[in-house]
Design a protein around this ligand. Structure first.
Ligand code: PMP
Ligand code: GLU
Length: 398
């Protein structure tokens, strides 16, 4: 009998990927499942990016690349960070990886020693906690509620800091809440970080372009903490390139060098074709994404309008990303036929089996009263899904 590692046994499976897998299986069995589980744009990768990839294949960009990515790509990322975010990085401060997820893992493994504390506001993206645990770190969670639009203040951050705190990880726009930190809100976090210069902040900006309230704000713009910030981003969300696998981080040179070293032993440089394709994405004017952003905003309104009409549900109005994260705890304790709903997981299973819609339970995101709805799908399917959700919840009796 093989004993798997304690590290593995201590790890939770990604709740988002688990639900996506389950809904794919049910679909392959012929069930009419509408999956609102996975955070993945339903748009196709733009043609000019696909053309660049085809060209790369024909031009034989098929060998190993430098671990941190082609120099030319890193220069284009540096240019993008200046153009869109006002951040000045040189190419040797940038490490390209196989997705923002790997960039986060590189950063955490580079910085965290066993016993180091990492502050993570909840709701958080599912993988932060598990990556920190894998590095032997101790996640310290600050709970933010729907009433606070799921955001934390500088004061809350300050209160969570101890002599063992090494890192702070958050996303804005946020997965799973869609909340977006304003300049002022980030400034209040930056002031706290400035008082703790031994701390590093990882700012996950993968949803940068999916923002309904105007200009994206980067944490690294606050010059006094610039060297403390790791900016993570990638091509998956804005350019509908989830399967291509391209993320990157930008950080002070010692952190970038550390991530390069780690990546050199784990995976090497990401796919050469993907990197060539990403070069044209980085060069493209983000204004061409306006139509996609508008489409997401319309979908947000559609789903939100349904949710606001359902008794007992509490929900914020997200201003970015493509998720809604309603508090559904009103339904805990309710039942219908053989189903009794004790928690979000039970509710998601009930909705999957009774209403054929796949959603993700909030417990993996550190918010067990909530469930996540990804609205990265057509309005037609969203209408259908929300009607099913409304009917299924109406059947539950306390
Ligand atoms: N951060 C957040 C907040 C995410 O939602 C995701 C999911 N795509 C990632 C990172 C990972 O992105 P990637 O596909 O680039 O690995
Ligand atoms: N980030 C996406 C999500 O939250 C994709 C799944 C994953 O990588 O966990 O659904």
């Amino acid at each position: 009998m093989i004993h798997l590692s304690d590290r593995l046994n201590a790890m939770e499976e990604s709740a988002t990927l688990a639900m996506a897998r389950l809904s794919r299986t049910l679909r392959s069995e012929g069930k009419d499942i509408i999956s609102l589980s996975l955070g993945e744009p339903d748009f196709n990768t733009p043609q000019f990016i696909k053309d660049a990839a085809i060209k790369a294949i024909n031009e034989n960009y098929t060998t190993y690349t430098p671990v941190a990515g082609y120099d030319e790509l890193r220069e284009k990322i540096a240019h993008k960070l200046l153009r869109d975010n006002g951040l000045t990085y040189t190419k040797d401060q940038i490490v390209v990886s196989t997705g923002a997820k790997q960039s986060i893992a590189n950063a955490v493994l580079s910085i965290i020693n066993p016993g180091d504390e990492v502050i993570i506001p909840a709701p958080y993206w599912v993988s932060y906690i598990e990556i920190v645990k894998m590095a032997g770190g101790i996640p310290v969670v600050i709970e933010a509620t729907v009433e606070e639009d799921f955001k934390i203040s500088g004061e809350q951050l300050e209160q969570a800091i101890t002599p063992r705190t090494k890192m702070f990880i958050f996303s804005s726009p946020c997965n799973p809440t869609g909340s977006v930190y304003s300049y002022k809100e980030l400034e209040s976090l930056a002031k706290v970080l400035e008082r703790h210069p031994h701390m590093v902040a990882l700012s996950d900006e993968i949803y940068e372009h999916i923002n309904f309230i105007g200009a994206h704000q980067s944490l690294a713009q606050f010059t006094t903490i610039f060297d403390q910030v790791i900016t993570v981003n990638g091509a998956s969300k804005a350019w509908a390139m989830t399967g291509w696998r391209l993320g990157y981080l930008a950080a002070s040179k010692p952190i970038a060098d550390a991530c390069n070293k780690i990546q050199g032993q784990f995976t090497s440089g990401t796919n050469s074709i993907t990197q060539r394709a990403a070069m044209v994405a980085m060069d493209a004017d983000p204004k061409i994404l306006a139509e996609m952003v508008l489409t997401f905003e319309k979908r947000r309104d559609l789903v939100l309008n349904y949710l606001l009409k359902i008794p007992g549900i509490k929900v914020n109005k997200p201003t970015g990303a493509f998720y809604l994260f309603p508090d559904v705890s009103y339904y805990f304790g309710a039942s219908f036929e053989n189903y009794t709903i004790n928690n979000g997981k039970d509710l998601c299973m009930y909705l999957l089996q009774e209403a054929n819609i796949a959603l993700v339970d909030g417990s993996g995101f550190g918010a067990p009263k909530c469930i996540r709805i990804s609205y990265a799908t057509s309005e037609e399917l969203l209408e259908k899904a929300m009607q099913r959700l409304t009917e299924a919840l109406a059947k539950l009796r306390k």
